[in-house]
Write a protein that binds this ligand. Structure first.
Ligand SMILES: Cc1cc2nc3c(=O)[nH]c(=O)nc-3n(C[C@H](O)[C@H](O)[C@H](O)COP(=O)(O)OP(=O)(O)OC[C@H]3O[C@@H](n4cnc5c(N)ncnc54)[C@H](O)[C@@H]3O)c2cc1C
Length: 422
């Protein structure tokens, strides 16, 4: 057991909370520091709700570039790059293009991670009694034209290499899988093993479980400075007008879109860009809307929207990618395509009562999360999960917790060796 080893986790989103849980269960003395009053109040608040190995395709493909150019001047485009140049944006895009040759390998690696994550996530939810509107009815990808469909056929081959079976389906089969679906589609792909649920309910439930396993969850704690040295990592927190510093044996940076700045303080380049997305949560108040809304989680590949049924009376629609720095404004012209999509595909679902939301995907240029040690001793990362943070979180939490345990074991061995020799 590692009870004497103190670990600070920065960030109480899904990556921080899963990391806290995985470390607390291994016996570490865990302190999670979160600047908000509760867990999961930023990107892990109202995302698309999918646990989707079938959506593991990385975006470093020439089709993403051509779509971005095509949509460049449309304010309601699914992918929108604000032209104002910043060093952060330019460096990110140049690394994004540099990672295009790894498209196949990275897609397979992400899909494998997603498959590995499932078993932990379901087991944890089961053991801890977490209710999160889980629906294990698969994910159906919708394709509007032949080109889109054929691209998906090629992606399916990559997914299969990662152990994710998905099958091509005709428009008729699509309506058997999801009878509520309207609209014209060329075809689809169905992944039975995928599922969906509410990330906020899952994360807050797991935060309570981590606490039961001994983790300290400290809210309203803004981490402002990190200093790493051979004696440990000093973490400075701003509280009111004063700052306090505490030393830990190790720190895990799980700060979502803020991870890049914290990493720079300890000498690492973790080039996370905040890629903004939006969601609307529709309240299905009447029985007619409840019956007309889909049960199966969907991905509309052309417009890059996802949709998940949350319990009886909520439907979440999410998507769009906007490159506009840390801007979190909720724009009416970016929300409108989400409600329009519901109207087109599920015309009998009421869009009267909706809650709009915007969040920042913490995205690395190659779309691969950064998991493991940094340059300085005692510094670790579990961040940069981009469009798949919830799907991957349980796997990456296990990976970083194992890496920390291994590093502590080797430190113990080094300290123990002289005694053993004597
Ligand atoms: C529109 C949209 C739809 C999506 N749909 C899906 C989906 O269907 N499936 C899926 O798997 N993923 C999806 N994602 C991605 C997923 O939601 C994210 O990858 C994931 O939530 C990121 O979790 P995180 O813990 O890294 O970041 P966050 O949830 O943002 O957590 C980071 C936390 O760190 C805290 N923090 C930051 N800096 C400090 C500091 N200095 N001191 C203290 N605390 C700090 C923040 O307050 C925050 O709570 C979607 C994202 C978006 C935007």
């Amino acid at each position: 057991m590692y009870i004497m080893k103190t670990i600070a986790i920065i960030g109480g989103g899904v990556t921080g909370v899963t990391t806290a849980y995985a470390l607390a269960k291994r016996g570490f003395a865990v302190t999670l520091l979160e600047r908000h009053r509760y867990a999961a109040m930023e990107t892990s608040y109202a995302n698309g709700g999918q646990l989707s190995a079938s959506n593991a395709e990385v975006w470093n493909h020439r089709s993403t570039i051509s779509k971005a150019l095509h949509w460049m001047l449309r304010r309601d485009a699914p992918l929108l790059v604000h032209l104002h140049p910043t060093w952060h944006k330019l460096s990110w895009f140049s690394e994004f293009i540099g990672a295009m040759p790894q498209y196949h390998d990275n897609t397979i690696a992400l899909a494998r991670m997603a498959v590995g994550a499932r078993q932990h996530l379901f087991q944890w939810a089961d053991e801890e009694g977490i209710q999160f509107d889980l629906k294990q009815q698969g994910i159906l990808h919708l394709h509007r034209d032949r080109e889109e469909f054929e691209h998906a056929v090629a992606v399916t081959r990559l997914l299969e290499r990662a152990g994710v079976p998905r099958r091509a389906v005709t428009p008729e089969e699509m309506r058997t899988i999801e009878p509520a679906l309207q609209g014209d589609y060329y075809g689809g792909h169905y992944t039975e093993s995928d599922s969906s649920g509410d990330i906020h309910k899952f994360t807050t439930g797991l935060a309570d479980a981590a606490q039961r396993h001994g983790a300290q969850l400290r809210y309203n704690q803004q981490v402002v400075q990190l200093n790493a040295g051979s004696a440990g990592v000093d973490v400075t927190i701003m509280q009111g007008d004063g700052a306090t510093t505490s030393r830990y044996d190790a720190v895990v940076i799980c700060a979502g879109a803020a991870s890049r700045d914290l990493a720079a303080q300890v000498g690492d380049n973790v080039n996370v860009y905040p890629v903004k997305g939006y969601s609307v949560t529709l309240q299905l108040d009447d029985v007619a809307s409840q019956q007309a809304a889909p049960q199966v989680s969907l991905v509309d590949d052309t417009v890059k929207l996802v949709c998940s049924r949350l319990g009886t009376d909520r439907l979440r629609v999410a998507g769009t990618a906007e490159f506009h720095g840390h801007n979190r404004d909720i724009r009416a012209d970016r929300i409108a395509p989400l409600t329009d999509w519901v109207q087109q595909n599920f015309p009998d679902v009421s869009t009267r009562n909706i809650t709009p939301w915007a969040g920042l995907r913490p995205m690395m240029p190659d779309l691969m999360p950064r998991v493991g040690p940094g340059k300085a001793p005692g510094v670790f990362y579990n961040t940069g999960h981009g469009h798949l943070g919830w799907t991957l979180s349980a796997a990456t939490a296990e990976t970083v917790a194992s890496a920390i345990a291994a590093s502590m074991d080797s430190a113990q061995t080094q300290i123990a060796s002289p005694l053993q020799l004597a």
